[in-house]
Design a protein around this ligand. Structure first.
Ligand SMILES: Cc1cc2nc3c(=O)[nH]c(=O)nc-3n(C[C@H](O)[C@H](O)[C@H](O)COP(=O)(O)OP(=O)(O)OC[C@H]3O[C@@H](n4cnc5c(N)ncnc54)[C@H](O)[C@@H]3O)c2cc1C
Length: 308
């Protein structure tokens, strides 16, 4: 078939063949890349943003061994990056748009290339649950689900919706940067670690309100802020004003880029040792960096044993 510009269209074939492709450069993918590189298997790691994954949001990581005083997420990422670089693993800043199964191999498509892979490690983590439809479109740029876009924001009012570890971790992070934070919990019970709740309670810049439902978020463009309309049993309807809002309302596995065929055959491909799911993408409520790193290491070792 000819296009209007006289170029010929053909079915694209994989342009490169790799032994192992890793999708996702959080702790799980990084750890897999490090071990595979050490084993001489030269993986290709695809990361759509920057290496580090959800750790960009972590204020103080206190349960990753080797850091007696805890370590900021950003610092831990820096160390992980250095390790990948020192070992020379290949990292490309590309998003895997689609992964299909073709002629007994995986075919990973990004905007830049179409690559074949014998083994696929899916370390793509999670996505935030869809935001409630109470948020007006003109609030874009002021409503987020992760804290890293607000890394340079200071002395602003920020509303956080949620009641789990992430909500409280975000609040501590933002308050420590000089912001004023209100956490809104729809229910009456907190779901975070007691330790995080206690730290938040000691922080003057954090206010916590339980039993508050958010009904609408609109942008007051002239004032450069959001209006967060709420309802509480005790207080009835009221509004809060804030420059930003953050939703920490849970996360779901990020697997949309896998073709229906791969999803349908996932168990078979996992059992045959060709496909690996590592880290948060498969860990339900066990979503922790050290677990993710361990998963990545295990997958890499399993592949290296097969390739011996
Ligand atoms: C606020 C907060 C605090 C936390 N605190 C701690 C803590 O104290 N201790 C702890 O152990 N854990 C903590 N965690 C959890 C920890 O960050 C995660 O468990 C860990 O990052 C999971 O690693 P992962 O590699 O599985 O996934 P992720 O870190 O989510 O990484 C997945 C990566 O895949 C990339 N990706 C996704 N899709 C594609 C695609 N199609 N193509 C290319 N790349 C893609 C993403 O951009 C991302 O970089 C915290 C998390 C949050 C949000």
């Amino acid at each position: 078939m000819k296009s209007k510009t006289n170029q010929t269209f053909t079915t694209p074939q994989p342009e490169e063949k790799h032994r192992v492709i890793i999708i996702g450069g959080g702790p799980a993918g990084i750890s897999a890349a490090i071990q595979l590189q050490r084993c001489g298997l030269r993986p290709l790691l695809l990361e759509r943003r920057e290496l580090g994954g959800l750790l960009w949001n972590a204020n103080l990581v206190e349960n990753y061994p080797g850091f007696p005083n805890g370590v900021r997420g950003e610092k831990l990422i820096g160390l992980m990056k250095k390790q990948v670089e020192r070992l020379g693993a290949e990292v490309k800043r590309e998003e895997a748009r689609q992964v299909t199964w073709s002629e007994d191999d995986f075919c990973v498509e990004t905007d830049c290339a179409r690559r074949g892979a014998q083994y696929l490690i899916v370390a793509a983590g999670t996505l935030s649950r869809a935001l409630p439809d109470v948020i007006a479109p003109e609030t874009k740029g002021r409503v987020f689900t992760e804290v890293w876009p607000l890394a340079n924001v200071t002395e602003r009012k920020i509303v956080i919706v949620g009641a789990g570890d992430a909500a409280f971790d975000y609040a501590l992070n933002l308050a420590q940067r000089g912001n004023f934070v209100t956490i809104l919990n729809r229910g009456e019970n907190v779901k975070c670690l007691e330790l995080l709740f206690e730290r938040a309670a000691q922080e003057e810049r954090i206010e916590y309100r339980a039993g508050v439902a958010v009904h609408a978020i609109t942008a007051d463009k002239r004032a450069g802020r959001l209006e967060v309309r709420c309802e509480a049993l005790a207080q009835g309807k009221f509004s809060l004003h804030a420059e930003y809002a953050l939703f920490a309302i849970g996360r779901v596995p990020n697997l949309d880029f896998l073709s229906d065929e791969i999803r349908g055959r996932a168990q078979e491909l996992v059992e045959s040792g060709r496909l690996y799911f590592v880290g948060d993408v498969k860990n339900d409520s066990f979503r922790q960096a050290a677990i993710a790193a361990g998963d990545g290491l295990r997958a890499a070792m399993a592949i290296s044993v097969r390739e011996r």
